[in-house]
Design a protein around this ligand. Structure first.
Ligand SMILES: [Ca+2]
Ligand SMILES: [Ca+2]
Ligand SMILES: [Ca+2]
Ligand SMILES: [Ca+2]
Length: 286
């Protein structure tokens, strides 16, 4: 019968020791039940906004509070309603094992919509990966597709095997705390089918979202050609210099391909005020 070695308590070289310990862990972890330090009931939970708007992109964090120091290896799955939410990206700084990041990894057995598998390993000694209280294990970027309410549930997947993980995980059974996300209808103040939070002219219908100078304020509400967030004489001068010119110019406010009296008329409505307002990030909204 194999003897399980002790883990050194005080390493002298953090990084070298970290790599060595991780390899050591994978060699012995399936052979030494009980190796993972017993703790005072680790918990892992989902941190998500309560309310998001339809079409909105948002982030959820998977947070762990382990209450122990030692080596922790495990797998978990985030389950969600894939008709309501889609996953755009996943990032983590905790996973340090080849094949441990899913999806997109050959080690992942399951990329079914509505199930997102995370295989992870973390070393929790203070020298290598100091965990001080709750720690973000990973961040999922999601987009709300449908109006309604959906749970985000965490499920233990320490049964997962594959790749480096053949032989299975050390059983790891934290308490999982789930949450729900409510997706509410997004508002569209000007009725141009572009939701307010995506609309670069909140109060003017501009479904094409044309924005020649790409400053986050659509042409039809952006006669601020000097980009100083104020429509004044210097902007009028630029428009007059372009008068009767054709092409996709910043001064073609209404997008008909020519700068003329119609654009001047639009500009008059903004005289001596700010451009916009725009619902997307722009330099005048800060
Ligand atoms: Ca709109
Ligand atoms: Ca608009
Ligand atoms: Ca603009
Ligand atoms: Ca025009």
């Amino acid at each position: 019968m194999m003897k399980c070695p002790d883990i050194p308590a005080h390493p002298t070289s953090a990084s070298r020791f970290g790599r060595g310990l991780l390899v050591w862990a994978f060699l012995f972890i399936s052979l030494c039940p009980g190796l993972v330090l017993a703790g005072s009931g680790p918990s892992i939970w989902v941190q998500a906004p309560d309310l998001v708007q339809q079409g909105e992109q948002f982030e959820i964090e998977i947070v762990g509070d382990f209450g122990v120091q030692g080596l922790i290896v495990g797998g978990l799955e985030v389950q969600y309603d894939s008709t309501m939410l889609t996953i755009d990206a996943f990032s983590t700084e905790l996973i340090s094992v080849p094949g441990g990041n899913c999806p997109g990894s050959a080690a992942c057995p399951d990329d079914t919509p509505g199930r997102f598998l995370i295989v992870w390993a973390g070393h929790l000694t203070p020298l290598i990966a100091p965990f001080d209280g709750p720690t973000v294990m990973g961040t999922l970027t999601m987009t709300a597709q449908e109006v309604g309410e959906t749970p985000l549930e965490l499920v233990d997947r320490s049964d997962f095997t594959g790749g480096w993980f053949d032989g299975g995980f050390q059983p790891f059974t934290p308490t999982f705390l789930n949450t729900t996300v409510e997706v509410i209808p997004a508002s569209d103040t000007d009725g141009d089918t572009i939701f307010d939070f995506q609309d670069n002219c909140l109060l003017v219908p501009n479904a094409d979202q044309r924005d020649t100078d790409a400053d986050g304020i659509g042409n039809t509400c952006d006669p601020d050609f000097t980009n100083n967030c104020h429509v004044a004489f210097d902007d009028f001068e630029i428009l007059s210099n372009n008068f009767f010119m054709t092409g996709d110019l910043v001064t073609d406010l209404n997008g008909d391909g020519i700068t003329n009296f119609a654009d001047l008329q639009i500009m008059k409505g903004f005289a001596f005020g700010p451009p916009g307002p725009s619902g997307v990030p722009n330099s005048c909204s800060q």
